[in-house]
Design a binder for this molecule. Structure first.
Ligand code: AMP
Length: 436
């Protein structure tokens, strides 16, 4: 594969991108004034009908980057009659991302006579099958459920012209490669393929080489998200002080919307219970929760009913929460790339945000990996209110292969903590403000 690189346009408005009036109207209603870099670069390529390999993560506006030109191209075709055949298929790794991408298609396509549907696992197939009866121009799906529906002959993919693999790296991490290959094998040979991935592992390169036909490559530097709009800091503290510090930070600063990342599902549940005892309104979001509970937690967080959402990396992947001001890494992720994904929840589309990482001595090697990836040191908070721990890397454990990541996360329980006092408005050990 030898991708060609397009011209880079600076601050292009949507009008210059040749989008049709109903799409421009929807964009205006969303309050977007300028296209983001990934939109500037991806939209013309997709409108030309070329395959695309895009290095872009959530928070860059990538969804509109593929949804707008796909909607436009579908609209310019004569619409088939009911039941509408699926002409655009978008695969996403998680249910949450599938719902968000589907919502985006609905919002951007609201002034067009096009229909989007979504299917994902964890809920009964019955309602999804019924909704698919009338057909859909666009189908957003997670791979496993789509394969189920295909086996049951409840969905027909023989008319697909646009195929999008969204967050392809995460799909491979989650072990979807065989499902993806099976799905690709039933698609028509002649189609336009778009692959979005935040990272380029050898596996992604191999998949891209097999899937894409002379693609244009668009790369949005990951530093864009991490560097410009997100202020990052590290609290070097002991594991047993982390929970109390989190409660204090949120209560003292009166933060209204905080997303906290933890490595394990078990850790998410336990921290959630502890913070509730501390008087915070919070919930946990992870893969062991039912779809209903996950949607409810997300809705409550978006609407402000709860101020704190505790999530694992996989559950939080791709969450689109507007203007999220604070992200706390309760523990650092096993993979450095996930740090960038995590803090990409804040400082989105030009908003400023704050990302705080609580790092204990055992995680020093993980911080080291993150800083190598970012190419810079993250400032340490000088006065954390607790005994500072050394973050010098002494024994670096052998890296986990990415395929084992999930298993590793599930098994990697944290040390039990003692019952928590109500600390909401109590400064841990000194009355000074933390200094960065
Ligand atoms: P995404 O990377 O697709 O998850 O999008 C991240 C966020 O950026 C979403 O909340 C979008 O609504 C928002 N967004 C997308 N495009 C633009 C734009 N051109 N201007 C402002 N916000 C945007």
């Amino acid at each position: 594969m030898s991708p060609t690189k397009p011209h880079k346009n600076i601050n292009m408005s949507f009008k210059q991108l040749d989008l049709c009036a109903p799409l421009l109207q929807a964009i205006t209603e969303q309050g977007y004034t300028k296209a983001t870099p990934v939109q500037e670069q991806a939209i013309p390529v997709i409108l030309q009908g070329r395959d695309l390999l895009a290095g872009a993560q959530t928070g860059t506006g990538k969804t509109a980057g593929f949804a707008l030109p796909i909607l436009q191209r579908l609209h310019h075709q004569e619409r088939p009659t009911k039941p509408y055949p699926v002409r655009a298929l978008i695969l996403t790794p998680t249910r949450e991302l599938a719902m968000q991408v589907h919502e985006s298609f609905k919002i951007y396509g609201q002034h067009l006579p096009l229909f989007s549907e979504v299917v994902f696992g964890g809920v009964s197939t019955h309602a999804q099958i019924q909704r698919l009866q009338q057909g859909a121009d666009i189908l957003v799906a997670t791979p496993g459920r789509l394969l189920d529906l295909l086996k049951q002959k409840q969905v027909d993919l023989s008319q697909v012209q646009f195929f999008v693999l969204d967050e392809a790296d995460r799909m491979l991490d989650m072990g979807f490669i065989l499902d993806i290959r099976k799905l690709i094998s039933v698609l028509p040979k002649k189609r336009q393929n778009l692959l979005f991935s935040a990272t380029y592992s050898q596996e992604i390169k191999t998949l891209a080489a097999q899937l894409l036909n002379n693609p244009v490559e668009v790369a949005i530097a990951r530093e864009n998200v991490a560097a410009d709009t997100v202020s990052q800091s590290v609290y070097a503290i002991k594991k047993e002080n982390k929970r109390e510090l989190v409660s204090w930070l949120i209560g003292h600063h009166n933060w209204q919307q905080v997303l906290i990342f933890v490595r394990t599902k078990h850790g998410a549940d336990r921290l959630s219970k502890q913070l509730i005892k501390d008087g915070l309104r919070c919930d946990a979001l992870h893969g062991d929760k039912s779809q209903g509970a996950r949607s409810r937690a997300l809705e409550n967080f978006k609407s402000g009913k709860i101020g704190v959402l505790i999530a694992t990396d996989i559950a939080a992947r791709g969450l689109d929460i507007d203007q999220l001001p604070h992200v706390i890494n309760f523990d650092l992720p096993a993979q450095a790339e996930d740090y960038v994904h995590r803090i990409g929840r804040t400082g989105r589309a030009g908003m400023s945000g704050e990302a705080i990482s609580l790092v204990d001595a055992e995680e020093a090697y993980l911080l080291d990996a993150v800083e190598k990836l970012l190419g810079k040191k993250i400032p340490r908070v000088a006065d954390t209110g607790y005994a500072t721990v050394s973050l010098e890397v002494i024994n670096k454990p052998k890296a986990q292969p990415r395929q084992n990541q999930r298993q590793h996360r599930d098994q990697n329980g944290q040390k039990k903590q003692t019952a928590s006092p109500r600390t909401r408005n109590r400064r841990p050990s000194s009355n000074k403000q933390p200094k960065v």
